[in-house]
Design a binder for this molecule. Structure first.
Ligand SMILES: [Zn+2]
Length: 355
């Protein structure tokens, strides 16, 4: 089949849309199916009204042979969108409206279809508890995105950096305004998701293979504790603690002759997992501050801001997983790598700078 035999051809990732003569359809299908035995194609023939769905567009042929397009929803579509009363920033809710109306504008090929789509959107948005003022605000004509970016770049100076914090209604909005004044752009994230509330379906890593962890080692004889963190496996780090003369645990064994439990024993606990090194060090410092483990006493510690003291005092170690959720995600540039040894004096401010 030759290229000129396609009246129209469009592709988006792995979906292709083509207008070809009816009698050429089988030939085209055979051609692409034979191209590679490992790739199986399916063809979606026109429905009773002669229309074909493609992504979120439904195309039919008009009276004069022109292609007519409208928004397509699968028969199983529920018309459920982010509810107006959901605990999300106003901007996220307005962008739901804006996105839906913007799609209607670019997909619907006739004014009648556009009006019909907009009526449908107003109805379903009201069902999702959106007030009329928000629907009106969000549905106003969307300015050209590229033009908008240009004007924004011209008038606004670049932010010094950005942070991502959990969204708390009523508190986050003034916080964002204050931070904007200092040149820091604030983005919000959901504080808890279904994924974070439900248990993980994956099997737990064996303790010695666990990476990116904050762990606690208890002496088998006197119960003295050591709390540390590692990006490598807890098993590797445990071996280093026992064998390295730099280690507080090694010194404890030498001075007292006490026995340190193996990783598989209850004496070694995984307190928390965190892949971000800055967060891991902050969380480690919180566990150290709360537990005050004897074997960490002569080791440099990172200062934890006093703001966390009240939560730590009231709820103890139980507060730490909650605090972990609230540590701002700050994009950092590493000035230099830090060594993972016991004597490390952790000072995040000198090791990292905000970019
Ligand atoms: Zn001991």
């Amino acid at each position: 089949m030759k290229v000129h035999e396609f009246f129209q051809l469009g592709r988006y990732v792995d979906d292709t849309w083509a207008v070809v003569l009816k009698e050429k359809m089988d030939e085209l299908f055979q051609h692409i199916t034979n191209m590679d035995p490992h790739i199986k194609f399916t063809v979606e023939a026109p429905g009773p009204d002669g229309g074909v769905p493609f992504l979120d567009t439904y195309s039919t042929t008009g009276e004069n042979g022109e292609i007519v397009t409208r928004v397509y929803r699968k028969p199983t579509h529920t018309d459920l969108y982010l509810n107006w009363h959901s605990h999300h920033p106003l901007s996220a809710k307005l962008s739901v409206i804006r996105t839906l109306f913007h799609r209607a504008e670019i997909v619907c090929s006739t004014q009648a279809l556009l009006d019909q789509e907009k009526d449908h959107l107003r109805t379903v948005l009201r069902i999702n508890d959106y007030p009329d003022w928000a629907i009106h605000k969000g549905s106003r004509t969307i300015p050209n995105v590229q033009d908008n970016e240009h004007t924004q770049n011209d008038t606004k100076s670049k932010p010094k950096g950005y942070i991502v914090v959990p969204y708390v209604s009523g508190l986050s909005e003034p916080f964002k305004r204050i931070m904007c004044g200092t040149g820091i752009q604030v983005y919000f994230k959901g504080a808890s998701t279904l994924k974070s509330l439900l248990c993980s379906p994956k099997d737990k890593d064996p303790k010695d293979k666990t990476q990116n962890a904050i762990y606690c080692i208890n002496c088998g004889d006197c119960g003295a504790k050591y709390i540390g963190e590692t990006g490598r496996t807890v098993g590797e780090r445990h071996t280093e603690h026992i064998k390295s003369s730099q280690s507080a645990i090694y010194r404890h064994i030498q001075e007292t002759g006490h026995r340190i439990p193996n990783v598989s024993e209850d004496g070694v606990q995984i307190l928390c997992k965190e892949s971000n090194i800055v967060h891991r060090k902050i969380i480690e410092a919180m566990y150290i501050k709360y537990n005050d483990p004897i074997l960490n006493r002569n080791i440099g510690k990172m200062d934890i801001p006093d703001i966390y003291d009240e939560s730590l005092k009231e709820e103890g170690a139980l507060a730490i997983p909650k605090i972990k959720q609230s540590i701002p995600k700050i994009k950092l540039k590493k000035s230099h790598r830090c060594d993972h040894n016991d004597a490390l004096t952790i000072n995040i401010r000198s090791e990292y700078e905000i970019i």
